[in-house]
Structure formats: C-alpha cells, structure tokens
Write a protein that binds this ligand. Structure first.
Ligand code: GLA
Length: 402
C-alpha cells in the first residue's frame, strides 16, 4: 500500500513538473519574426543576419519580438549518416553559426520541418528521423521548431502520433525547444496539441495579405476569416498553450511572398492595425514577416506599440471572449492580470460608423477610466463609451476600474 502511494505521488510530481516545463517554454504568446511571407523559400544566411541586425536596430527585439524563425527552404537533404543538413549554398556557414550570431543579438532561433517525408515546399522533412533531427536541432542551439503537416495522411490519429513523436524527441533532445504545431486546424489541434508537447498550434490555413476571402477560394484566408475561426477557441488558450492565428502580415502591402498569393492584394493601415489589435486580444503569437530592414512609419507604429503588446503578453494569459457579434460590430473582452480589462471594438462594415456601448453590456459593472491604446491617452471615464469607428478599424481600450 505504501509503495502504491509513493508511486502515485511520484507520478503526480513528474506530471506536474512536465506540465510546468512545457508552460515555461511559452508562458506568454511567442513573439518574433519569420522568413516565410517576405522571402518564401528563397532564404539565405546573409539576408537572415541582416534581419537579425534590423530587428535590434528597429526596436523590434526591445519591444518583445525575440525569436527569429527560419521557415521552409533551409534544408539541403541528409548526409551519409542521415543527419539533416542545411543547403550549403544558402547557408555556407551552417545553422549553428547562424544561431550563435542571432543569440549574440539577444534573439532566439527557430527552425522548420514537417511530419512527413517532404515539407510543403518540397524539401527534406523529419518523418522517421524525429529523434535524430531533434538532436541535430539541439546541437545547433535551436530554440523553436515549427512542425508542418504537408504530405501527411488526413486522419487525426496519425497527426496525434506524428506530433507526439516529435514532441517527445524534442523533450529528450537535451535542449528546451518550443514546439509549434502547424496542421492548420482540420484535426482540431486545440484538443490534443498541448498533450502532444506543443506550446502553440495554428488554427487555420495560411494567412493572406487581405481583409476577407471574398471569392470563397479554398485555403485563402483573410483577416476576418481567421478571426472568425480563432475567436471561437478562446477557452483552449492559456500560459504554455496558445491558439496561433498565423503571422502578422502588417507592412507587407501585398507586395511580397506567399501571403500575396490567392488574392492577397494588401491592406490599409487601418486594417493592419486591426490585425495587430485582434491578434493581441486573442493572445495569438505575434510573428511579423515583413521587411524589418525597411519599415515605414505606419508599420513601426503598429508593430512597436508597447501598450498593445502588453495586452498580448499579459501574464494572466487569457484569450479574449467575443461578447458582441453581429455583421457590423464585434466586441472582445480580455481580462488582464492587474484587474484591468482590454476591450477591442471592431467595425466590420465598409462604412465608418458611430457606436455607443454601456460597459455593463459586456458584464463590466461599475465605472472605468478608458485608455485608448492607439491614441495613448485617456478618452473617457464612466459607465459607457461613444465614438466613431472607421471602416475595418479596431479600437483597443484598456479599462481601469475607478
Ligand atoms: C505551410 C505553412 C506555412 C509555411 C509553408 C512553408 O503552408 O502553413 O506557414 O510554413 O507551409 O512551405
């Protein structure tokens, strides 16, 4: 009996320690910059080093974007011992040297693979080599793995098995590596991805640089399409487990990369500001993918807004609930650790409109001081707010009880 008790408590202890280790990898939503939607698979070490320099010089790192993620296209096959290698033409100094460089700038390095024989862009992937590849990534001092699902069977059971395999391989790799699960949502990863070892999981197909999928084209998600899927999943998010609404396309203006495909014609700055506001209240990872070396003022203002980032990174780790949902207005409420509440008000209409809301409609009783996080000023005190919201604009407020 005594032995049984001991066994029980030991298991409880190991379980709790494991859960804590997993949460410690991403206690708040990961933030960073990823190669994919600017460069596609046309990547190399020179451009990536320049991006790392620019992430520091532009203030991105200081604002919290502390991962640089290499997406698809870095791989050069396997050597005669089956170790995965980087393309020697694109990465002549190798990934370890790049990791050292990136780390010297105070940035962590992410890399990419796929749970099949080939990645989405057709490069060497990790199926059957999970432990070996996880060890290789650890030996390169990689801090984050995005693990994709192209060329893999459609059923959920296989996905769970394949992701669990890599999750365990990473855990045994000897290095703490954040695990980003990218099967795009069809197999409901919010139900199993944390158990498989993931700290974040994509909830939709790839983001395109556009407001909405007007033509119902398959796999052509705009901001509103992603919002409508991701918003419903708010109960699954928390410290160490995040719904990943895909990259911020802020600053791309439809000019570059895969998010410019499938009708990704670009957006207005008001729409980019909406993506930043909505991804922030939804506690989605904030992963930019624009040319950080050349950002205009509007892009900097959106990506580097520290008050907005603080809402995303709030340690309570709640994803906002969409309390009001109609064709024009969506209102989101995100409780924050110090008792404040973030409220996002989106105008989905094609016209600017006036709006009036009593905070009590959102379940917020009493009086509040209202700070506009885009204007950086207090815009009201009391039980309600009234104002004009531009077409596709999202107001983001921080309410403090008074
Ligand atoms: C998939 C992913 C994208 C990107 C590409 C790379 O489409 O969803 O985010 O990683 O593969 O080929």
């Amino acid at each position: 009996m005594k032995k049984l008790f001991l066994f029980f408590f030991l298991n409880l202890y190991i379980g709790a320690a494991y859960a804590q280790q997993k949460a410690s990898l991403a206690p708040t939503p990961p933030m960073g910059w990823m190669t994919w939607n600017y460069f596609g698979d046309n990547i190399n070490e020179k451009d990536i080093r320049e991006m790392a320099d620019a992430m520091v010089a532009s203030g991105m790192v200081e604002a919290g974007y502390n991962y640089l993620m290499i997406d698809d296209g870095w791989q050069g096959g396997r050597d005669n011992r089956n170790n995965i290698i980087a393309d020697p033409k694109k990465f002549p100094s190798g990934i370890k040297a790049l990791a050292d460089y990136v780390h010297s700038k105070g940035i962590k390095l992410g890399i990419y693979s796929d749970a099949a024989l080939l990645t989405c862009a057709g490069y060497t992937a990790s199926l059957g080599f999970e432990e070996q590849d996880a060890k290789t990534f650890a030996s390169w001092d990689v801090d984050y793995l995005k693990y994709d699902y192209c060329h893999a069977p459609k059923d959920s059971a296989t996905a769970v098995t394949r992701y669990t395999k890599m999750g365990e391989a990473l855990r045994k790799s000897g290095r703490e590596i954040t695990f980003s699960i990218c099967e795009w949502g069809p197999r409901k990863p919010w139900l199993w991805a944390a158990e498989a070892g993931g700290q974040l999981w994509r909830t939709t197909y790839d983001v395109r640089d556009k407001w909405k999928n007007l033509s119902n084209q398959e796999n052509a998600e705009g901001i509103l399409d992603i919002l409508d899927i991701n918003a419903e999943l708010h109960t699954y998010a928390g410290p160490g487990r995040w719904n990943d609404a895909d990259m911020l396309v802020v600053g791309l203006y439809g000019k570059k990369g895969p998010s410019g495909d499938l009708g990704g014609i670009g957006m207005t700055d008001a729409e980019y500001q909406s993506q930043m506001s909505l991804w922030s209240v939804m506690a989605s990872p904030l992963i930019a993918t624009n040319d950080v070396r050349n950002m205009n003022e509007a892009t900097k203002r959106i990506l580097l807004n520290k008050e907005v980032i603080a809402v995303n990174q709030d340690p309570l780790g709640k994803q906002a609930e969409r309390k009001i949902k109609n064709d024009t207005w969506n209102v989101f409420v995100k409780p924050l650790q110090n008792g404040d509440v973030a409220v996002a008000i989106l105008n989905r209409d094609d016209q600017a409109k006036s709006y009036s809301i009593n905070w009590a409609e959102l379940g917020l009783t009493g009086k509040y001081e209202v700070r506009d996080l885009w204007e950086h000023k207090t815009v009201g005190k009391g039980k309600n707010w009234k104002g004009r919201v531009q077409s596709h604009e999202t107001k983001l407020f921080r309410l403090k009880k008074i």
